[in-house]
Ligand binder design. Sequence first.
Ligand code: AMP
Ligand code: ZN
Length: 468
Amino acid sequence: MILYNSLTHKREEFYTNEPGKVKVYTCGPTVYHFAHIGNLRSYIMEDVLVRYLSYAGYDVLRVMNITDVGHLSSDADTGEDKMLKGAKREHKTVMEIADFYTKAFFEDADKLNIKRPDVVQPATGCIAEFIDMIDALLEKGYAYQAGGNVYFDTSKLDKYYVFGEHDAEDLEVGVREGVEADENKRNKTDFVLWFTKSKFEDQELKWESPWGYGYPGWHIECSAISLKYCGEYLDIHCGGIDNQFPHHTNEIAQSESYLGHKWCNFWFHVLHLNTASGKMSKSSGKFLTISVLEEQGIDPLAYRFFCLNSHYRKNLIYSDEAVENAAKAYKKLRVRCSALKDEGEVDEEALLSLKKKFAEALDNDLNTSLAVTAVYDVLKAGCSDATKRAAIADLDSVLCLDLLTPYEEKDQQTEQEGGDPEILAKIAERAAAKKAKDYAKADAIRAELAAAGITLIDTPQGTTYRRD
Ligand code: AMP
Ligand code: ZN
């Protein structure tokens, strides 16, 4: 398989540290809000990568963190902890926010057929590991204490900008929102490993450490969690392109200084989903979620289909029209695939050549749009329906578009007729909120019902519900 490696800026023949085994680490969500469909684009493309590696015969271990502490509003270690911001916004505790949005993230991931990683580790569950790693970095002379905090000393590295495309200007850009730069830093590019003194006296979660009562920086969590579960040699590290700098740059600085050798071979970065007016971001407060798409009658798997139709190394522009068109094409494709009868003999030779085309597409730096084309090629092929069905089942084990499931099936297990009047009243209240463009209220009603085990299903004919 050829895979583009952001570290070398080259398409490389994929290799692993151990034969037949792939260890993959993924930066998980910062759980202070719903994941937006941009975040989910990254996770969809990573999902296809991981599923394809398994399909190709690798034994895959995938680890993901959940960022529930230490990710500040600005990447330059300034601003408020995003989790605290979320907690204040909703008048809840940080842990309540973390639990709620972690659950919401996996509910969205389930709707998108994104496979749950083998290990999911919230950062707050690994404080002892972070402390050990920071301790070792201090011991080795890669870190220093100043103004009560512990910093990584980037001047100790042979090369800091490992991805090559950034310079100190980027950090200036990182200092946003009118917050002043940290004067304790010896070098502009140094970053915080452990905060004890900062101006955020109201930081909710703090732990004892050799350097005082405090909390970890964001970057250390991914280095330490990856080391804990994947060991000293990582094969692939994934994330959205915005994580390349400073987050992944700092992860490499910490991990390799700690280990004394190269850490990860391949860096897989997914480019952004943008709207015509720019990047989609959680901090702006205005973003699209899977629930909003569902409210517009878009099946989450149609969004997966939309993402698969473009390459992960290209920016993808969202527009209502583009996604609606993708939804129409998706429905058509699924209707055609699921109508295939299990008739005739399976022609093993034809099956093999259909699979080959598909594998060639994904072997070519995960060309998912060509892989989708391979499904259309199956439909057009001159072989029996049973062969086509078998080929689509095989391809769909990677694409995961539920192509053999009849389209309507998912939406039928509802209880609307003779439904619970209280739930129906909530549904009406939510519809009114949506009409008034009060999406926060609409989301809150959906979440309230979800907490009671009731899933809302938006269809072009209106909203129905089902008990889980
Ligand atoms: P966060 O929850 O902000 O920590 O981000 C979760 C993941 O989404 C990270 O891998 C980010 O790099 C990625 N990401 C953030 N914004 C976008 C976007 N607009 N398009 C694609 N991926 C994104
Ligand atoms: Zn990370």
